[in-house]
Every structure is written in C-alpha cells, then in structure tokens.
Design a binder for this molecule. Structure first.
Ligand SMILES: [Mn+2]
Length: 294
C-alpha cells in the first residue's frame, strides 16, 4: 500500500537528478564565525524541511517555478572547526564544480562568513560581477573577534576583491566600516532601511554591473517577520519590500548566483523557516525571469 508523502528530503521534496537540474542548492551547516547567538548551522536543514511544504505553482508568475528551473540539492558541504578559511575553501570548490557543470549555484548558510566561498568562485567566472548585499549590518569590519573571517568581516573580504556593492536594508554599522565605505564610495553604495521609501528598487539595480551576485542575510528583514536569526536589529525591510528590490535586479540585470544565510531556527516557531524557503524559491524565479511569460 502506498501512503502520500512529502517526497525526498531535499529542497522542494522533488524527484530530480543533478544532470537535469538548472539550479543547485549547496547547504553549509556552519556557524563558528558568529559573534552573538549561534545556531545558524541548523539553518539549511530547517529551510530544506520547510521547503517541502512549498506550493510549486507561483501565483505572481503564473507558473510552476520548479518545472522551469529544476533544482537539485547537494549533500552538506564538509565544514572545518579548525579555521573558517578551510570551510570557505570547501564551499568555493563546491560552487566552482556547480558552475563548471553550467548550473546556477544557491548557497545556504550557515553564518554569513561562508558567502566569501561562492563569491570567489563566481568572481573567477564573471570578473565584472557586482554584489547586491541584503543585511541589517554592513559586515565591513577588517577584523573581528581576532579573525578576518568573522561573519562581521565578510563584506570587507568581498569588497576588497573589487566589485561594486549595493548594501540594502542597512541599520547597524560602526566607524571603521563607515570610513571604509566612504573611502570606496564610488563602488559601495548604501540603501539604509531607515530611508526606505526614499530610495527606489531601480536605484539599487542601476548601481550594479550587468552580472549580479546576491548575498542575502535574513536579518535584513524586520525581526517581526524574521526573529530567527543570531543578530536581529529592529527596523528592517518587510517581505514585499525586499522582493521588490530583488525582482527589479532580476528585470534589469543578470543574477548569476545567490546565497541566503543567518537563519537560526527557533524550536517550535516554523514561520521564519518557511519564509526562507519561500524567499529562495522567489529568488530563483527572479533570477530566471526570461523563462516566465509574466
Ligand atoms: Mn547581518
């Protein structure tokens, strides 16, 4: 006798192979570079578990997103507690393999430090790539907690590789970060959460080069909808506000990969986990808008 089931334990709970996939989920259960509350290592598993409840048909795009962009979920990347750099290298190599196979990489943190891995791989393939950075924090510190690879340093590590950066939803930073941003103001542009409504999504897209990598720290969102994160800050973007920016980037530019990080699941509170599953699914669609008629 057959019982109804949620399908395999992968993103969206789908029967799929690596060969037929257009997009690949890369789970990275790592949170040793966090500065406040840890637990983001549980993020990928929680997001994947929640994603199995997604309705694959999307009302906005009038299409089954999965049918247009089949997704395959890789095994979790091996992490190292010896040094963040070793974990980041493992992530970079995995993303390089996914890119070499001609597939679209989606890296799931884990804390934000891991975003350097996919960006290094992307930058090698797309030298002129720019970065749309969604976050409550600037993450521009050169060093934190005695490490250059703290999650508070990830955007400094990315920015020093030379891309243009749009920081969206910012509301927490400190002097050295401000000085660094000011020194590099032709490349690094801030779209603070406190001024939302004053800047337009199109201005974010216009600052970026043709190829765009998105790194999305879920604490960019307001803690009322995203309490499940290690360093929450009040006054963030709401769901539709964040989607409006990503959709605009997808319309005007070519999104070449993204990561979603810093989901720290709270036991018994599943709405934020499901939000992240929805976010990934929407970002996947906005990264392939040419495949949809709407
Ligand atoms: Mn953050």
């Amino acid at each position: 006798m057959k019982y109804p089931s949620l399908g395999p334990n992968n993103f969206c709970g789908v029967e799929t192979t690596f060969e037929e996939a257009k997009a690949v989920i890369i789970p990275v259960p790592y949170d040793s570079a966090t500065s406040y509350r840890s637990g983001a290592r549980e993020g990928p598993r929680a997001a994947i578990a929640a994603s199995r409840q997604l309705e694959l048909y999307d009302l906005e795009l009038d299409a089954n997103i999965f049918e247009k962009v089949p997704i395959y979920t890789l095994d979790e990347v091996a992490i190292s507690v010896d040094s963040p750099r070793k974990t980041i290298d493992n992530v970079r190599k995995t993303v390089e393999n996914v890119l070499a196979a001609g597939k679209f990489p989606i890296t799931l943190g884990g804390d934000h430090s891991i975003a350097l891995g996919p960006f290094e791989a992307i930058k090698k393939k797309y030298p002129n790539v720019s970065v749309a950075h969604f976050d409550a924090h600037s993450d521009l510190r050169d060093e934190f907690d005695g490490s250059k690879y703290s999650h508070a340093c990830v955007m400094h590590r990315i920015a020093e590789l030379g891309p243009k950066v749009a920081q969206v939803g910012l509301r927490s930073t400190e002097e050295s970060c401000q000085e660094y941003a000011e020194k590099n103001k032709s490349r690094i542009k801030t779209f603070p959460a406190s001024e939302k409504g004053k800047w337009k999504p199109s201005e974010v897209a216009d600052h970026l080069s043709q190829e765009v990598y998105i790194t999305f720290d879920v604490d960019c969102l307001d803690p009322s909808i995203m309490p499940s994160t290690g360093t929450p800050v009040p006054g963030g973007l709401m769901w539709c506000e964040a989607l409006d920016v990503i959709r605009e980037i997808g319309k005007k530019k070519k999104i070449v990969g993204f990561d979603v990080n810093e989901l720290m699941p709270l036991p018994g509170f599943h709405a934020p986990d499901f939000l992240v599953a929805n976010l990934i699914y929407k970002m996947l669609a906005y990264s392939h808008l040419n495949l949809f008629k709407k």
